[in-house]
Design a protein around this ligand. Sequence first.
Ligand code: F0G
Length: 460
Amino acid sequence: MTATAEYVFQTGISPASRETYAVDETLTHCPVSHDLLDVQYEWDKLPVPSSLREFERRWSSRRNPLDFSGVWRFRELLPFAPPEQIVTIGEGQTILQQSDYVGKYVGLNDGCLHLQYEGLNPSGSFKDNGMTAASTHARMVGAKLSACASTGNTSASLAIYAGVTQLFRCLVFVGSGKIAYGKLSQALDYGAKTLQIEGDFDDALMQVRAVCDEAGIYLCNSVNPFRLEGQKTIMYRVLEGLGWEVPDWIVVPGGNLGNSSAFGKAFIELMQLGLIDRIPRLAVINAAGANTLYELYEQQGLRWNDGRPDQALIDAFYADMDAKNRRANTLASAIEINRPVNLTKCLRALDACDGVVREVTDEEILHGKAQVGAGGFGCEPASGASVAGARLLRQQGVIAPSDRVVCILTGHQLKDPTATVNYHTADLDGSADSAVSSANPPIVVPNDFDRIMEIIRQFE
Ligand code: F0G
């Protein structure tokens, strides 16, 4: 290990578990308390820039792959790896777009809505921010085989890192039926050994965790604390896109709750380091058909409670879910998750960021997605949840028209073409609301020049 290793360690997230573990241990929970683990740094012994602006200097040395990476450009803020061990494939070249078109839909004043396009990553989703970090740690510990369960994007991301770097082989577990073809095609094409479990994502995750424990395979789901270190950088790039000003709101879809957890940690640390002077509010948006966080946080009042969330409440919720055999069900297949593994870390983020949680229907998600398609660069259905959620919070008066809002668009438009084409070609529920529907169906015309011209003239 290098000099930094002694100032980096892993620890359980609740005050009850103060066990610490070395940076080169491969753990996904504290063996004593069973808590999720965090990567923690002794910041006072590590070199941290005195201002976030200092990171901008790296734009001028982009030939260095670490400076080119939108994750490792910020390496002093996730300093767990010796630079020579860092695995990068050029992730994090993503952009923040001001979109007044989508802002109007949400109900915001011009200039107030920004879209953060994480679909512009190499594998087409935000997961690459985390996978570069997990792959780096996998290399540090000498892993030769890695695995994940996935609704599609994690598997595409792990597969591309394994394929491009050839540092390790990978196994991906997916549920049956719901995975979008864009994502499945990536895992297959990049050479991942793909196991299609007869069950849903929650089943696949439970299996892969057990398999990795049993066989000593390196696990790359978001229970891996190093993955979340990489995902913190999405927030650094948002701040950078806003000239290092802190927005009023970050709005993000919630599935396994890795992103929201990482965002909270990013802001907690930036405050600790004196690099920002306030924390934005966080809105996590569930699909109504996969709304565990919404139910527990907004309906049942579950809170972080200084690291002691009411476990009995959580256990009772899951027991009831099992008794009723309630399964997650949403068109936004990326967030079709009923047992979010990062629940307690997300509670910490909501606590730090004065957060709110909302649920939105599949129709609202698809309308939000269509707005991003028509007034932006497009996104996959799950990402549309952030726009739909921002709109709902605006309607409820929680977000003000003059608030500066950043919606995180987690996945690329081409990930799930089936959902997009279905939206534009079908009346969603038989009652398409023209005020919010932007369906843009193809016009069917005979193979006849005159008839084609008749139609063209309508557009002149
Ligand atoms: N958006 C997209 C496009 C996703 O792929 C995911 C998660 C989420 C949002 C939810 O993010 O889990 O951090 O709350 N996809 C995982 C996967 C589960 O397997 O690809 P989260």
